[in-house]
Design a protein around this ligand. Structure first.
Ligand SMILES: [Zn+2]
Length: 362
């Protein structure tokens, strides 16, 4: 049997939905030929083109870990041109940017046939977000990470702008003499306004295994950023932590990695990111591990010992393992051979749809 719907919520969908109303049109799509447009029925579940999209919503999601954006290229440095080329490569291969918040909430809302990809940047170095002054006006440096992402999204709006910047007490620092605290705080505001996120990377970039002597110290390390934002972006909750050096505190203090408080301000992290080399499993997979989510180093340097072209290797692996969306966040579509990796308790009110790719080979 080609398709079986385990839950059939779509039975409730009306025969003709308002957005396909031939009178009201489809808000700016096909201009038509002046004749009455064909009233298009909404996609019935059976009409979904499995062969064309080959969805696999139990596939892997790459969480790429960048450090500096600048020159020259090195182990922890990606040049602006290489980062631009990375975005183009991701885009051309069918990836679209999603936030970790949406991954955590299982709200991956990208077109059918495309794949989610998460961008992360550690350490808040100046190449992440730099203001320039041109004729007295503040402009975004087109060669900083934020500038490159914004420019790419202007040319390819469906790529999106999601990215998370893991900062310490220096936030998104830069060192120009004219640069004031006001410019500094404006970065945080703009980052959020432009669809990006601020992530926690501890206050002093502490090594959580070696440097932490008490739970108070640990909560200061992990709570001071949220405490700082409580004044400057009071509605913003930091929901993810990138462990500095990938380090963890001793086992009995691990609860404070996930939540705690500092000077009366509570913090909590839904997602805790590791330093790693493999893509992450998605929310409905038995291997879903938001509290220990692996990341892939976004580097292709091979000039020092121990280096590997991690980025190339990950994209190669993902050719056969990646998450491919069905275009509908309310439906989880998986090929039959992935069913053994499904965590059925994770579905909540989502509809599960299983298909056999063999049935759609031409
Ligand atoms: Zn770091």
């Amino acid at each position: 049997m080609a398709v079986f719907l385990l839950v059939f919520l779509l039975a409730l969908v009306p025969a003709c939905s308002p957005d396909t109303d031939p009178v009201n049109g489809d808000n700016g799509g096909d201009p038509g030929n002046g004749q009455d447009p064909d009233p298009t029925e909404p996609d019935e579940p059976d009409d979904f083109d499995f062969g064309r999209y080959q969805p696999n919503e139990l596939g892997e999601i790459p969480v790429f870990m960048y450090h500096q954006i600048g020159t020259p290229e090195g182990t922890w440095v990606r040049t602006p041109d290489n980062f631009r080329a990375d975005l183009q490569r991701f885009y051309d291969a069918g990836y679209r940017l999603v936030s970790l918040t949406d991954v955590f909430n299982n709200n991956i809302d990208i077109p059918a046939g495309t794949s989610p990809l998460v961008l992360t940047f550690d350490d808040g170095t100046p190449g992440h977000f730099r203001w320039l002054k041109e004729d007295g006006e503040l402009v975004l440096d087109p060669d900083c990470a934020v500038g490159i992402i914004m420019e790419f999204a202007r040319e390819n709006p469906d790529m999106g702008t999601a990215a998370t910047f893991y900062v310490n007490q220096g936030l998104l620092r830069q060192y120009d003499s004219w640069y004031t605290n006001e410019h500094h705080l404006l970065k945080l505001e703009k980052l959020v306004e432009w669809g990006m996120d601020i992530g926690n990377h501890s206050w002093t970039h502490a090594h959580l295994t070696n440097d932490i002597q008490s739970t108070e110290q640990l909560q200061r390390e992990l709570g001071a950023l949220q405490h700082f934002l409580s004044t400057h972006l009071p509605d913003y909750r930091i929901d993810s932590l990138a462990l500095p050096y990938g380090s963890k505190p001793k086992e009995e203090w691990m609860e404070y990695v996930y939540q705690g408080s500092y000077q009366g301000v509570e913090y909590s992290h839904d997602v805790v990111l590791l330093v790693g080399s493999v893509p992450a499993k998605p929310p409905n997979h038995v291997g879903w591990s938001p509290r220990a989510m692996p990341r892939v180093r976004a580097s292709n340097t091979t000039d020092s010992p121990g280096e590997s072209p991690y980025l190339d290797q990950a994209l190669k692996r993902l050719e056969s393992t990646r998450y491919i969306s069905d275009g509908d966040p309310d439906i989880i579509t998986i090929p039959e051979h992935m069913e053994e990796f499904l965590d059925p308790d994770s579905l909540g009110d989502k509809t599960l749809r299983v298909y056999d790719p063999e049935d759609y080979k031409d």
